[in-house]
Design a protein around this ligand. Structure first.
Ligand SMILES: Cc1cc2nc3c(=O)[nH]c(=O)nc-3n(C[C@H](O)[C@H](O)[C@H](O)COP(=O)(O)OP(=O)(O)OC[C@H]3O[C@@H](n4cnc5c(N)ncnc54)[C@H](O)[C@@H]3O)c2cc1C
Length: 382
């Protein structure tokens, strides 16, 4: 098992880094870089720093990454660890139980966690290692002069950095600034509906249901699970908030009958999280000069293999690792992209293939096989 022990070297590294975006990838990068002694500042556009209340699935590679980030105990306490995925046929029959091998001794193989709980764990660690987070701020101009990067912020202030990391998500302004010709996120034709429920007795792993609509039940604490339903939504319709619970209930009726009883609990329009699924893969460089990108800014995957956030966290660890080893930022950024591209591309394309199969726009992919294969791929060292 090749796992780097979490280490906080502290001290000071001569490079000062600005991270744009305090999401999962930005916070992970803040922790990883600060832990290696970099002076780190993070800016976040959202003044309220809101995160929607449903959860996220995290596979064994994420448990390993959380261990390396030094947050594993708080993370597992805040979520729900599990060791298998069950796949069900459209009639509700269990067709496969895929055991997931743990990658870190003494910790569960996988976890589900509420997004706000994940953010709290990462934000607390970011603060405790001494990275500064400023909310309600964007970078208005980023000027890389070769030796330094000059940044003007939306509050009119200015500062100089050695490196800038764009971790500003799928609609990344940083990507747009350095690669104006980069492809835009593309709508797949599928959307996802999510809602939280009390955890049913005995639900101790991820349950995935195939059928006319795809459904997953994900435990995220002792008390709670969340449900996702993936549905075909041609033209990416928008829905009034006041209709969301009814719309989600209607789609649940297309799922396996054993799940229909959940419908009566979908009552609060405010708690339904609806999201059209888009994807993007940046095939070329992931950096320009002293400015690099990570997470959804360079590889936004549909959630069919539950890996988007995991990839962003791994990016952060690899980027920090390469920066400490290379003599120039450019060399580090190139090595980082080389180490990450194949895995990220595999997850984006495999997830998209599952999505297209479900939509009838490509061959139908066997979920059990695809899940088992992806678990083996991401278990490899990063
Ligand atoms: C429906 C759905 C379900 C998913 N389920 C899973 C799952 O189960 N497991 C999993 O691993 N992944 C899942 N993902 C993917 C996962 O959410 C993303 O891959 C992950 O959030 C990417 O992290 P990030 O930090 O790159 O971007 P984000 O989490 O999007 O963070 C970007 C941050 O940057 C901020 N920002 C944006 N623009 C600016 C700006 N100009 N200046 C400053 N700040 C800015 C944003 O406010 C945000 O805080 C799912 C995605 C979707 C759409």
């Amino acid at each position: 098992m090749s796992i780097n022990k979490p280490s906080f070297q502290g001290g000071s590294h001569p490079w000062k880094v600005l991270i744009i975006g305090a999401g999962i990838g930005g916070l992970s990068a803040g922790i990883a870089l600060r832990s290696k002694g970099y002076d780190v500042e993070i800016i976040e556009k959202d003044p309220e720093w809101t995160v929607y209340g449903v959860g996220i699935i995290q596979q064994n590679n994420v448990i390993r990454a959380m261990y390396e980030l030094g947050v594993i105990d708080d993370y597992i306490d805040a979520g729900y660890g599990f060791d298998h995925v069950k796949i069900f046929a459209p009639n509700g029959m269990e067709v496969a139980k895929i055991p997931i091998p743990p990658l870190v001794e003494g910790y569960p193989a996988n976890a589900g966690i509420a997004r706000p709980a994940l953010q709290k764990v990462l934000a607390e660690r970011t603060n405790s290692v001494g990275a500064k987070i400023r909310l309600g701020l964007t970078a208005e101009t980023i000027n890389d002069s070769g030796d330094v990067v000059d940044v003007t912020f939306s509050d009119g202030s200015e500062a100089q950095y050695d490196l800038v990391i764009g971790a500003d998500g799928i609609y990344s302004q940083t990507r747009q600034a350095i690669f104006p010709q980069a492809p835009r996120p593309e709508f797949t034709g599928q959307s996802v509906w999510r809602y939280n429920f009390n955890r049913p007795e005995g639900m101790e792993g991820l349950h995935v249901y195939n059928g006319q609509v795809g459904v997953g039940l994900v435990p995220m604490s002792e008390e709670q699970i969340y449900m996702y339903i993936t549905t075909s939504e041609p033209g990416s319709p928008r829905f009034e908030k006041s209709t969301l619970a009814d719309e989600m209930k209607a789609r649940l009726q297309m799922a396996c009958p054993t799940l229909h009883h959940f419908a009566k609990e979908i009552t609060d329009n405010e708690e339904v999280v609806y999201r059209p699924l888009e994807w993007l893969m940046l095939e070329g460089d992931w950096h320009k000069g002293r400015i690099a990108l990570l997470g959804d800014a360079v590889h936004s995957t549909t959630p069919h293999l539950g890996q988007g956030a995991g990839l962003a966290i791994e990016d952060a660890l690899v980027l920090a690792d390469e920066l400490t080893q290379a003599s120039t930022p450019e060399a580090a950024f190139k090595n980082y992209r080389n180490r990450r591209f194949e895995r990220c591309d595999y997850i984006v394309k495999s997830s998209l293939a599952i999505c297209m199969g479900q939509l009838g726009k490509g061959p139908l992919i066997d979920n059990s096989k695809a899940t088992a294969e992806s678990i083996a791929v991401v278990a490899k060292p990063i």
